[in-house]
Each structure stands twice: as structure tokens, then as C-alpha cells.
Design a protein around this ligand. Structure first.
Ligand SMILES: [Zn+2]
Length: 740
């Protein structure tokens, strides 16, 4: 069965691969640069990772795991093999065998048992720590601080951190990889903390290599990304990772041509280079903290998929609470939280990968939750073999903005009552979160696009690309977006978008000034209190707000000069005025013509630009008026109904996918007092809903099923759309439409 489905997927992604155009055509650096979709990686839909501790051999219940794998219809496993600790009788010097292994081979036993069950196996390796005997014999292996002292492991004082740029990575680990892949029938290797955990290493190897590459000394910290030495270090570090990925890929694939190495994290690495070796991605964001929104795993799925739209992506989730710094590794989260996190990832295209730390299981309360969801997923697997995301809105994912953009810190003038509550996390992440939340509340299905994959073939499928304070954009990226708009696309941008180049250097003017219809006037107010937007409708952007003269503005404002001085904006500024003392809370400037939005057509496309932090402010104070404005902006820019619309109560996270012979609309019910903070404790059913789906051209529905309730749906046709009644959603309903 796996083989057949994989074959279907392989054929159907050929179109997607062509879509990537130049990206896919980059010269392959590794021996295994196969055509996308040709490998076994398309088979497994459900993964389980059994992450062993040293004392697991001899203690853990092997039969429990084999039964669990069977019951969950798991098709891929990841098993602890080596690195910090070997779980097999290794011959590689200084590859420390678990003292509890005795004469046994825990890894080998599990590999063979899983292969006998027709389950694919990834061997887990982790090279980030080493022991004192290795340090004594190989002092050049360890990571060192600026004074040249070996870095001890922060969590385990018996261990040291390895240098990721020297012999451990480039000589010793390849021996380990070769031994594992040649001795066991594994299908690949998964790298946990594959790039080490040492931070900046000041060892002689690093100093020499960095000096040679950049002509510079290693910086003491990486805090100032405007410092040329810091930039050089970040670029060099990335180059070391590409070199490592290429070597490890050659090592693994050199032994077994069907196998590959895949990293568990990739940070800002360029997907065009990552894809030369990683045939599938397994994203390691294991859970949400109590402060993260309930849609976090869906965001992870979208961010991972945008790097490799034509390859399978899986989302790693932990059954324990590992998202806070305290990492209660042996804990078990509330079953509802586990399921809500898992299902939001499923809805957005993740194949599930459960990870359990420690093979010995103390607390089994997670088992029914995962088993039920996996069994359900297996029953309806064909509706999860997505070949196309049908959303027509995308958000730009910008690693360079996250890395290099540094917003100016607002000055607290001490005038406010409660002290400055503004979050300063990340450069644009709060803007992204705010726009993300608005699109979820507006039930707009959307994807991400990566800043390095802006070819027409990849982005012209979207009607709208959202730029939530994407400050750092190169000239080439601006040109790609300009071309996209002129060909008929639309963008919605906020605040300092395109005000920096790809290195975070401030530009004299927006890189997209011609699209925005205004120039940068040289000033950004970083802390604006008590200011408003005059509602100057009726206008598509003011719909729903025309009964009020003003709504709240943002908290940061970019000063701009309109190209057309006679323009009449849908929102204009009421400048900030005192919020204390009470007697002074009024302004003589009740209205201005200063535009707070630019909404215009350019070529065949549309552009909306807000010269303030509308999305970030929405993330902070959640005012419904800002939701209305964000929703209106995307709707006007799209200039067509969304392919999937939903009416009914509550907070739903939606997605719409195509499979080979079907389409599937996902509705994840996040209506819950714990949606925005804290963990889900109970499912709160909501409904009824009416779902409207645009069917692919030339298709008609042959059958419409509701997969959560597992019954046929009531539906009717309206032109090219299908109207489906969904009486109630518990956690995750899927409207599955077989196409004729
Ligand atoms: Zn080093």
C-alpha cells in the first residue's frame, strides 16, 4: 500500500517540482541529488521517535513499543543510534557505548523488528556533547570559550560541548554514520543538534578557518548584527553547515544510495541549498509554551512547507512539556493539548511525528490520545496525501528579516500610566503573529512563501502576498514582487516593509516605493500613544467601520510622502495627543489628511500599504477594529472570493488541499478559553457551520464525507462551488470531497 501511494505522490509532484523552476535546477552538491519525489520518503505518513536514554537498554518494554507501532499504523520510526551515546556495539573510537547496553544491541533489535513490520527507519544521531576521555585524547574536538577554556555542557557537568566546525563534524561523525548505515538496514539518518550546541566556538580550528574565510577575528558576541564581523561570522557559519550537510549526505548515501541524511533544524539556511541533500524535512518544534497560540503547529507546518513545497514535511511533537526552559522531559501533557497541537499540524500539511523521550514509559496517559489520532489518520490517509495547497493567500517568510533587521528601540518618555507594554520580541515576528491571527480569525486559508523562492512559477498561484513588516528585502526580491504585482498579483504590506536591504541596512527610500505610492520621509516614530485613524469611507477598506468616525491607530508610525498629494486615503491620521492628565486628553487636530493607508492598483495588480504597525498592534491588543481592517485589506487585494469560506461561530483554523482524486477542507476548532494562553484541557464542540468550497475546474463531487463524524455530508452545488453543512465540530473536522 505504501508503495502504491508513494508512486501516486511521485507522479503528482512532478508539476510541483517544475513549479520551483530555477531552484530545483541548481547544481546538486551531493551524490544523492535525486529528482524530487522519487524516493521512499513519500511513503511514511505517520512517524514515531523513540528517543532512548542510556539506562533504557534492559529496562524498556520492547513489546509495548511494537504493539504501539502496530496499533497506530506507524510507517516510519526514528531510533536513537549514536553520537553522544551509542545504543549499539560500535567500534568507532571514543563513541561511548551506553553502559547499560552490556552485550546487547538495543538499536539493532528495534531496527530489525521495525523492518520486519515494513516500517521505515531513520537512525538518530546527536554529536553535540563529548566526554572527558575524548577531550584528553583529542583536545581539538571540544568547543572553547574566548579564553580558550573547554565549554562544559550546561545541563550535564560530566560532559563537554563539541566544536561543530572541526574534526568531530568532518572526521569522527562520518565514521559513526558510515558504521550505522553499513551495519544496519536503515533508510536514513536524522540529525538532532547536528550543528552542535556550543554557540560561538573560539577553538584554534574555528579561529583559523574563520580567519582564512573572512580575514577577521571571531566576534565575542553575535548581538550586533550590524557589525561586519558578526555578519561575516553568520555567513561563514552557514557555509560550514552546507559543507557538513554535503559531507554527511555523501557519507550516508555513499553506503546506501536509497538513504539520506536530514537535519532536524535548519534556521536561516537557504532552501535551494538545503534541498540538495534533504529529501524530506522533519521540523523540530515539539510543543507550545503556555504563552503560544493554539495555531502554532499549523504555522510550523506552513513555514516548513514553504521551504520545500514539493517534498514531504513532518512535524515533530512531544508528548511531554518541553517548550519552556525547564523542559519537563518525562512529563505528559493533557491529552487534549497533545491532540489539538497534533491536529493543527495535520490540517496544514504535516505528517505527524510523535517523539517520546525515554523508551521506558512511566506515565502512559498520552497513549490513547496519540493512538486514536493516528488510527483516525490512517483510516483517512488518502485525504492527507496532499498534492496541492489550494489557498490563494500567502505570507512572506523572511529569514533575513528575522536575522538582520533590528527595529529601533522605542523611547519610553515616562508619560504613560502602566509602563510600556510593547513587546520587543524579534524584528517582525509580532507583526507576523498579528497578521497570522487576523487571517485565522477571518478564516482565510493561507500558506507561506519563502523569500528565496520568489520565481513567478512559485508565487503567481497566489492572489495576495502579505508582507507583515518584512523590513529586509534585497533589490532582486523587490523586483520579483514588483513583477508579481504587475502581472496581476496583490500585496498587503505594513510598517517598515522594504525599508532595509537584505542585510538590514536602512535604505534611503522603500525598496517598493513605486508600489506603495509613497516615499519614506526619513522618520519612524517608535512609540506613539493615544492616536487614531479617521474613517474616511465608504471604501472597501472601511467596510464595517463606517458607523464610527475614528478607530485606534497603531503604536509605531512611518512618516511618508504620498506620490499623489491629492490622494484621499480611506484612513487618515489623528495625531497622538496627551493621555494624561485627564483634563488635557483632547486635541485641536481632530482630523488630518495624512494618509494611514495606501490602497491602489498597479499594473494588473493591487497594493495595500499601511505606514504603521497595524498587525503588530493587533497582536498586542487584539482590537476587533484592527481585525476588520486587516481582513478588508486582504479581501480587497484578493478581488475575488476565497476558494474556501466558512460561516458559523468561534475560532477555526482552516486549510484547503487537493489530493490525487479529491479535495479536503480542514476545520480545526480552536474555540477554547485556552486558545491564546495555557494548554487545552477539554474539547469544546462548536457549530453549526456552512462551508463553501470552490471545486477545481472541470470536476464535480462524487461523494462528500465528514471525516471526524465519519458520515456523509449534506451538500448542494452553487455554480462552481460546493456548499456543505457541518452540524458540529469537536476538534478537527475534514470535509473530504471525492472528485469525479
Ligand atoms: Zn571550534
Amino acid at each position: 500500500m505504501i508503495g502504491n501511494d508513494a508512486e501516486i505522490d511521485r507522479r503528482s509532484v512532478i508539476g510541483a517540482a517544475a513549479m520551483l523552476g530555477a531552484a530545483a535546477a541548481l547544481p546538486g552538491g551531493a551524490a544523492n541529488a535525486q529528482s524530487p519525489g522519487s524516493g521512499w520518503e513519500w511513503g511514511p505518513m505517520r512517524w514515531v521517535q523513540i528517543c532512548a536514554t542510556e539506562d533504557d537498554p534492559g529496562r524498556y518494554d520492547k513489546q509495548f513499543w511494537l504493539d504501539f507501532l502496530q496499533r497506530t499504523r506507524t510507517q516510519g520510526v526514528c531510533l536513537s543510534a549514536g553520537g553522544v551515546t551509542a545504543f549499539y556495539p560500535t567500534q568507532v573510537p571514543f563513541h561511548y557505548r551506553s553502559p547499560f547496553l552490556a552485550d546487547g544491541d538495543m538499536f539493532g533489535e528495534l531496527v530489525h523488528a521495525c523492518k520486519a513490520m515494513d516500517i521505515r527507519v531513520l537512525a538518530r544521531v546527536d554529536p553535540h556533547a563529548m566526554r572527558a576521555d575524548a577531550l584528553a585524547a583529542h583536545p581539538e574536538w571540544v568547543a572553547r570559550d574566548a579564553a580558550g577554556r573547554p565549554k562544559r555542557h550546561p545541563a550535564d557537568p560530566e560532559l563537554y560541548l563539541t566544536c561543530p566546525n572541526g574534526a568531530v563534524t568532518f572526521e569522527w561523525m562520518p565514521q559513526v554514520l558510515r558504521e550505522i548505515v553499513s551495519r544496519y538496514p536503515v533508510d536514513g539518518v536524522f540529525g538532532n543538534r547536528w550543528a552542535g550546541s556550543a554557540g560561538i566556538c573560539h577553538c584554534n580550528v574555528c579561529r583559523t578557518k574563520f580567519q582564512k574565510a573572512s580575514g577577521r577575528a571571531i566576534p565575542a558576541t553575535l548581538k550586533d548584527v550590524g557589525d561586519p564581523a558578526v555578519r561575516a561570522y553568520l555567513v561563514w557559519d552557514d557555509e560550514m553547515r552546507y559543507e557538513q550537510l554535503d559531507l554527511w549526505a555523501r557519507t550516508v548515501t555513499g553506503v546506501n544510495p536509497q538513504a539520506f541524511f536530514t537535519p532536524g533544524t535548519w534556521g536561516r539556511l537557504d532552501p535551494r541549498r538545503l534541498r540538495r541533500t534533504a529529501r524530506a524535512l522533519f521540523a523540530d518544534r515539539q510543543a507550545r509554551s503556555g504563552n503560544a497560540p493554539a495555531w502554532l503547529n499549523g504555522r510550523s507546518a506552513k513555514e516548513t512547507a514553504c521551504l520545500m513545497p514539493d517534498r514531504p514535511v513532518s512535524g515533530i511533537f512531544a508528548v511531554g512539556e518541553t517548550a519552556t526552559p525547564y523542559r519537563f522531559m518525562d512529563s505528559v501533557q493533557a491529552p487534549t493539548e497533545i491532540r489539538a497541537y497534533l491536529h493543527d499540524g495535520l490540517a496544514h500539511g504535516f505528517r505527524p511525528w510523535m517523539t517520546k523521550f525515554k523508551a521506558e514509559v512511566f506515565d502512559k496517559r498520552w497513549v490513547p490520545a496519540v493512538a486514536d489520532s493516528y488510527a483516525w489518520h490512517a483510516r483517512h490517509e488518502k485525504y492527507f496525501r496532499n498534492i496541492d495547497n489550494l489557498s490563494r493567500v500567502a505570507m512572506l517568510h523572511s529569514a533575513q528579516t528575522n536575522t538582520y533587521y533590528v527595529p529601533e528601540v522605542p523611547r519610553d518618555n515616562g508619560a504613560g500610566g502602566p509602563q510600556d507594554a510593547q513587546s520587543l520580541r524579534g524584528g517582525s515576528d509580532d507583526a507576523t503573529n498579528g497578521f497570522y491571527q487576523a487571517l485565522v480569525e477571518a478564516r482565510v486559508p493561507f500558506a507561506f512563501v519563502d523569500e528565496r523562492l520568489l520565481d513567478p512559477a512559485a508565487i503567481d498561484r497566489y492572489r495576495v502576498i502579505v508582507l507583515p513588516n518584512i523590513a529586509a528585502l534585497s533589490d532582486a526580491q523587490c523586483a520579483a514582487l514588483r513583477g508579481y504585482v504587475r502581472r496581476g498579483g496583490a500585496i498587503v504590506a505594513t510598517h517598515e516593509t522594504a525599508l532595509c536591504d537584505e542585510w538590514g541596512n536602512r535604505r534611503a527610500n522603500f525598496g517598493l516605493a513605486d508600489l506603495f505610492g509613497c516615499d519614506y520621509a526619513g522618520r519612524v516614530d517608535q512609540r506613539v500613544a493615544n492616536s487614531y485613524l479617521s474613517v474616511r469611507g465608504p471604501h472597501p477598506l472601511t467596510a464595517g467601520l463606517d458607523d464610527t468616525p475614528r478607530i485606534m491607530a497603531g503604536t509605531k508610525q512611518v512618516h511618508v510622502r504620498p506620490h499623489d498629494p491629492r490622494m484621499r486615503a480611506a484612513f487618515t491620521s489623528v495625531p497622538s495627543y496627551p493621555d494624561l492628565p485627564m483634563e488635557k486628553v483632547y486635541t485641536a487636530t481632530r482630523r488630518t489628511d495624512v494618509p494611514m493607508v495606501f490602497a491602489r492598483t498597479v499594473g494588473k495588480g493591487r497594493v495595500v500599504y499601511f505606514p504603521f504597525d497595524l498587525d503588530r498592534t493587533f497582536w498586542e491588543n487584539s482590537t476587533g477594529d484592527h481585525l476588520t481592517v486587516l481582513r478588508n485589506a486582504v479581501a480587497w487585494a484578493a478581488n475575488a472570493p476565497e476558494p474556501m469560506t466558512v460561516s458559523g461561530p468561534g475560532l477555526l483554523d482552516v486549510a484547503y488541499w487537493r489530493q490525487q482524486g479529491s479535495v479536503a477542507a480542514h476545520l480545526v476548532n480552536l474555540t477554547n478559553p485556552m486558545a491564546m494562553r495555557g494548554y487545552m484541557r477539554e474539547v469544546i464542540p462548536a457549530g453549526p457551520y456552512q462551508i463553501s468550497l470552490q471545486l477545481p475546474p472541470g470536476t464535480r463531487p462524487a461523494a462528500v464525507r465528514l471525516l471526524e463524524t465519519e458520515r456523509d455530508a449534506v451538500y448542494r452545488r452553487e455554480g462552481d462551488r460546493l456548499i456543505v453543512e457541518v452540524p458540529q465540530i469537536k476538534l478537527h473536522e475534514v470535509v473530504a470531497v471525492d472528485l469525479a
